[in-house]
Design a protein around this ligand. Structure first.
Ligand code: KG4
Ligand code: ZN
Length: 336
C-alpha cells in the first residue's frame, strides 16, 4: 500500500509518499513563514492562495523523488482538520480532484493524529499503547493512546497552547514570528534562576495546562527596563524553564496515573531541546521510554499525514472519507 499524503492546515504546504513495505519514500515542504513574517502572524487568505500555488509542483516533485506515478499510488490522504478552513479546503479539493482523476480512494486525516503518530516514522517506533504529549502552536494535550484511532484526552490547555505562549513571549522579546525556536536559542545564553516565572497549574491536581499567565509574567519582567541582550536572554531562559518544568511535571503525573511505559512527544514544541532533555529524566525515573520524531517531523509535515493515511487504509479504517474539511475537530471523537 502506497499513500500520497498532503498537509495544508496552516502555513506549510507539505507532501510525502509513504509505503507500508518500504517506509517513507519522499517528502517535500514549502514554508510560508517568510511571507507571513511581515504581518507578525499567519494571514489565512494569503496562506490559502499560497497552498494553491505550491501544491501541484510539490506533488510532482514528490512523485518523481519517490519513483511513483498514478499507477503505483494506491490511495491519498490529506489533512481534513483542525486548522485554517481556507487552507484545509485547498488540500481537500486537491486530494479529492486527484482521487477522482486517478480513481483512487482519499481519506481525511486529523492533523493531531498525524502529529502523534509521527514517531512511528523513526527507526525504533513505539508500540501501542502509549502516553502522548502533543505540544504544538495550537494544542497542548496529554493523550492516552490505546491504539490507532483510540485517543482519550487526559489533559488540555485552558487558554494558550505551549507553542502559542512561546510565540507570544518571543514577540515581546523582539523576535520574528514564529518565535519558538528563536526563543529557545536565545535562552541558551540566558542564566538560570535570574527570573523564576510561575509554574502554572502545578499547585493543583489534574493534568490540564494554562500558559496565558506566563507571557504576562514575562511582560511584567520586561516592563520599564531597557531590552538589553542579557535581559532578553535571561527572560527567555526563565520562560522556557517554566514551560518545560510544567510540561515535565504533568507528564510525570500522567505516566504514574496511566501506568504507561512509553511517552511520545509530538508537535512543534517537541523540537525543544530542553524539553526533550527534561523528559528523558522523567521517563528514566519512571522506568519508561521516551520517543520523539526527528525535528523536521515535529513541526508540520506531509510524512505524518501519509503515514496516518497508510495505517488507516491498511487497517481498513476509512472513517474520514468524504467527511469534509473542518476548522474545529476534537481528536477524542475521531474513532477508528
Ligand atoms: O506543530 P506545529 O508545526 O504547528 C501546529 O500544528 O501548530 O508547531 C508550531 C509551534 C510554533 O508555536 C513554534 O514556535 C513552536 O512550535 N516551536 C518551538 C520550537 N520549534 C518550533 N517551540 C519551542 N522550541 C522550539 N525549538
Ligand atoms: Zn501541527
Amino acid at each position: 500500500m502506497r499513500v500520497l499524503g498532503i498537509e495544508s492546515s496552516c502555513d506549510e504546504t507539505a507532501v510525502a509518499v509513504y509505503d507500508d513495505a518500504d517506509g517513507l519514500l519522499a517528502h517535500r515542504l514549502h514554508s510560508q513563514v517568510a511571507m507571513h513574517q511581515a504581518y507578525g502572524g499567519v494571514v489565512p487568505e494569503l496562506a490559502s492562495r499560497d497552498h494553491v500555488r505550491r501544491l501541484l509542483p510539490l506533488v510532482r516533485e514528490v512523485l518523481a523523488a519517490s519513483g511513483s506515478d498514478e499507477a503505483s499510488i494506491d490511495a491519498l490522504a490529506y489533512t481534513a482538520g483542525p486548522g485554517l478552513i481556507g487552507a484545509l479546503l485547498v488540500g481537500e479539493a486537491f486530494a479529492t480532484a486527484l482521487s477522482v482523476a486517478w480513481a483512487k480512494p482519499a481519506i481525511g486525516i486529523h492533523h493531531l493524529e498525524g502529529h502523534l503518530l509521527a514517531p512511528l516514522l523513526e527507526a525504533n517506533p513505539p508500540d501501542f499503547p502509549f502516553l502522548a504529549l502533543l505540544v504544538s502552536g495550537g494544542h497542548t494535550q496529554l493523550i492516552d493512546v490505546a491504539g490507532l484511532g483510540k485517543y482519550r484526552i487526559l489533559g488540555d490547555t485552558l487558554d494558550d497552547a505551549a507553542g502559542e505562549a512561546f510565540d507570544k513571549t518571543a514577540k515581546l522579546l523582539g523576535l520574528p514570528y514564529p518565535g519558538g525556536a528563536a526563543l529557545a536559542s536565545l535562552a541558551e545564553g540566558g542564566r538560570s534562576g535570574e527570573f523564576t516565572f510561575p509554574r502554572p497549574m502545578l499547585d493543583r491536581p489534574g493534568l490540564d495546562f494554562s500558559f496565558s499567565g506566563l507571557k504576562t509574567a514575562a511582560l511584567v519582567a520586561l516592563r520599564g527596563r531597557e531590552l538589553s541582550p542579557v535581559l532578553r536572554a535571561d527572560v527567555a531562559r526563565g520562560f522556557e524553564e517554566a514551560v518545560v518544568e510544567t510540561l515535565a511535571e504533568k507528564c510525570r503525573r500522567a505516566l504514574k496515573q496511566t501506568g504507561h511505559q512509553r511517552l511520545v512527544i509530538a508537535g512543534g514544541v517537541g523540537a525543544n531541546r530542553r524539553l526533550r532533555d527534561r523528559l528523558r529524566s522523567v521517563v528514566r525515573d519512571q522506568d519508561a521510554e521516551l520517543y520523539f520524531p526527528r525535528t523536521e517531523f515535529c513541526t508540520d509535515n506531509g510524512a505524518m499525514i501519509a503515514l496516518a493515511g497508510c495505517l488507516r487504509f491498511t487497517a481498513g479504517m476509512r472513517a474520514g472519507v468524504g467527511m469534509g474539511a473542518r476548522a474545529n475537530w476534537e481528536l477524542g471523537s475521531i474513532g477508528v
